[in-house]
Each structure stands twice: as structure tokens, then as C-alpha cells.
Design a protein around this ligand. Sequence first.
Ligand SMILES: Nc1ncnc2c1ncn2[C@@H]1O[C@H](COP(=O)(O)OP(=O)(O)OP(=O)(O)O)[C@@H](O)[C@H]1O
Ligand SMILES: [Mg+2]
Length: 509
Amino acid sequence: MKLELRGITKRFGALTANDHIDLTVEPGEIHCLLGENGAGKSTLMNVLYGLYQADEGEIVLDDVVQHFSGPGDAMAAGIGMVHQHFMLIPVFTVAENVMLGHEQTGFAGRLDLAAARAKVREISDRFGFDVDPDALVDDLPVGVQQRVEIIKALSRDARVLVFDEPTAVLTPQETDELMAIMRQLKQNGTSIVFITHKLREVREVADRITVVRLGKVVGEASPTATNAELASLMVGRAVELTVQKEPARPGAAALVVKNLSVIDPRGQLVVDDVSFEVHAGEIVAIAGVQGNGQTELTEALMGLQPRVTGDVTLDGRSLRGLTVRKVLDSGVGFVPEDRKEDGLVGEFTIAENLMLDRSNGAPFVKAGGLQLSYLAEFAEEKSKEFDVRSQGITTQVGRLSGGNQQKVVLARELSRQLRLFVAAQPTRGIDVGSIEFVHKRIVATRDEGIPVIVVSTELDEVVALADRIAVMYRGGIVGIVPGDTPRDVLGLMMAGEIPAGTDLEGTAA
Ligand SMILES: Nc1ncnc2c1ncn2[C@@H]1O[C@H](COP(=O)(O)OP(=O)(O)OP(=O)(O)O)[C@@H](O)[C@H]1O
Ligand SMILES: [Mg+2]
């Protein structure tokens, strides 16, 4: 189906999030939308999906002007959306989820389910998805859950599919599989809009690329453009894609983790006897495929896991058994993996989120009173420094674009007096220009003599930042290697193997 967006304009109060945007997607085309955080990509797609009503402009499908007053209308017209935060119900099976909300008439519930199972099988076979209609969604890996979302859309005959940052939560292998799926859908004549901040992905699948900046289309880019060209078109200036950093000058061991194990709420051993040290002034990256214990390891350090054994000391003082509040108060900065869940309060303003967890004293609270003017000044300064794009510091954080929410978390955590900085997926959802900035800040934090842990599933990020790399596999550390270890060696270690001749010393100089 041919999709045309003509002159779409969407305003939020004084802000024009989409400013007369024109976009055409041909049948069987993969069209990438590239743009900085807050450029207006998600807004445009939400207009297309009927979640927002445009103030001006029209949506045209196969030359027919559409009027969507909600997602139901958009779906009925053949538009499907694969959300990044899945809308699936975990305790239901795949078929039940696909059936949900489907307006099938004339069937009793039981028959509906039979029809839904057949539908799942049929679509799954047609595209080689390998999805079992009777599997419980909760038991499926993220990549497969995403396929269920795709099946759900296809079962409603979607002929335009929107993917808004679908790969942010996927492993590299799942990402490759998703790309293959997109190519197949394309063969089938489905039109695809694909939003991502990862330039490699854009170059791999895009037939056409439209670049949006500050709500306007600024041009089209060729899929054969280099990363540097794409980045500068997006951001409007040249971007350093790799951070310059001096060799680390590590001091004494600051964080010492000994024989740490974690048992999760299901009774599984998820971190298995892990020991390592992080020295003052060095960055230790924890690499690994998502789901190999990295999340639980950082949670254990932060006091967020109840069943932990082993020792954790920071500058000689034990962190074990402390509440999260006490861990934060002892100078640990923390960027959680899931900003919506653990990092921010969506209904609070930017300013309020910037002082979250610091409401117990100076400088924000004095003599029992909130220092409003101090907070305002601080929030203005940090928003500017971290380039948080918003209508002002009293904007609710939940209304910011994804990448800008992430910047608020980083701004808060990096503006405290730190003794240790722990960042999980620090640049998830962040545009290339801002990644440059965040990486520089992390290196600067190291250079102030602070020990830093970066957990990342992005090998690019690991290699860019790490002085040493600890690779996790099935809850254990496979080995700790120097920061300049070749990628193929890291790749093998991420699968649990240690190639002969690997330098496993990885000791801080
Ligand atoms: N419901 C809303 N109310 C007010 N402002 C909003 C709302 N939704 C989005 N905005 C604003 O519109 C602008 C565009 O946001 P949008 O989410 O479309 O950006 P994006 O290009 O998807 O960015 P990212 O790459 O960070 O996801 C931002 O300034 C954002 O704060
Ligand atoms: Mg977005």
C-alpha cells in the first residue's frame, strides 16, 4: 500500500512537534526515519496510527484521504504499529494475545481461539517466524515477543507497518533476524517505516531515508551514505563517532566484588560467584548478550536484589545489605537499564526528576524548605548542559521524547558527588550526537578519578569506552580482558568460549 503524509503539522501548546511534514512510502519500501531526539519521529507515527490528531495536513493511503479518530480506524485502514514497550499480556498465550481486541463476529470464544491459533500458524509459516501459538508470552525472549506483535498486526491485514526503535531492546542476533523479517515483509508488498538511532541498521535495510530535524523534513539521504554523512545530516554538524580518550591512569581498587551470587525471585541462580575489582579512574565495561546476569549484577550492587551472597565493598566500606537509598547516599551514581520503570517519575517535572532521591537535605532542601529558586537554576543549567529538549523545566518528564528522558537520568546521576558510577545501557535510545556527548562525560568522570562500570550489550559502546572488559555468560564472568581486545574474541567470549592465547590478565596497570 502506498502511504503519503501531506503537510502533517502537530502542535503541543507552543511547540510544533511536526511542522508541515511530507513523507511518501511506496509499496514494498523500507523507509527509515532518522533524526535527533525530540525531532518529532514518534509524534509523526502516532499521528499516522490515530493516537494523535494532526492540526494540519492529511494522511493518504492508495490515493484515498483518511480520517482517523483513533488507532481502531488506523488499524482498519491497514496501518500496524510494533510498539517498543510491548502491549502484550504476559500470562496469555501467543494466540490469545493475537485474538485480543480483534472484532471477530459470529464465533464463540472457543472458536475464536482456534481461528487465532490457525492464523498464528499460517503467518508464522509464511514468514518463517517460528512462533508457537500456544506458548505463554511471558516465557518468550524479547525478540520473539516482538514477532508476536508483528503477527498481531499482520493478522489484521496491516499493509503499512511502523517500527519505532524496535531494535533498542534486541540482542545483535535478534536484530539481524528482525532485519530479515523486514526484508520478507517488503517482498510481500508491505510498506515499512523504520525508526532507529543505529546507523548500521539504517544502511543495511533502508531503501530510502528521510531526515527530520526540529519537526521539519531536512532532506533525503542515500542508503549508501557513510555513517559520518548520515550523522551530520541528522545533527546538522560533524559528529565524532568514536570518543577520543587518553589511556586510563588507574588508582587503588575502589569497588571490590567478591564471590557475589544472586538468586532471582523464581529461585534461579542468575549471578554465579562473580569477583572483580574496579579501580579509581578506570572504566570497566560489562559486556554480554542481554540476559546473562548483567542486570541482576548491577541491581545487586545497588541494593535492589533481595537474595545476594558474597561481598561488595566501596573504598573499604561494605555495600552489602544496604538499602538503595543508602547505596545512593554513599556516592553511587546509577543509570538503570529501564528508565521508565526505575529512573524517572513520568508525572513529575524535569526539575523534580533532577532532584529525585536528594530531597533529604542541602542543596535542594534547607531548614525543611524546598529551595525552589536554587532548583530552578540547577534544572536550567543541567538541561542546557545535557541538551534536554523540552518546553521548559516544568514539563512533565513523561512528555519528553525517549532520548530526552534518558538525558534527564544521566544529568541527575552525573551531577552528584560520586565515588562510583554505574551505568546500564547509558545511551539506549539516544541519538548519535548525544551519544558523543554522553561518552565524553563518562570518560571525563573516569578522568576525575572515579571508578566507572558501564554495562552494555552494544559492542561498539563497550569497545569505545572500556579500559577493561568483563564478559558475562550465564551469570558468570567468562574472563576480564583489556579494553583493546579484538571484537571476534569478545564475540566468542559472549558465547562462553575463551579462544586460546586470550590475554585474561586484564589487570589495571
Ligand atoms: N504528549 C505530548 N505532550 C507535549 N509534548 C510532547 C508530547 N509528545 C511529544 N512531545 C514533544 O514533541 C517533540 C517531539 O517528540 P517525539 O517523541 O516525536 O521525538 P522523537 O523524534 O521520537 O525523539 P526520540 O528519538 O528521542 O524518540 C518533543 O519536544 C516532545 O517533548
Ligand atoms: Mg521517539
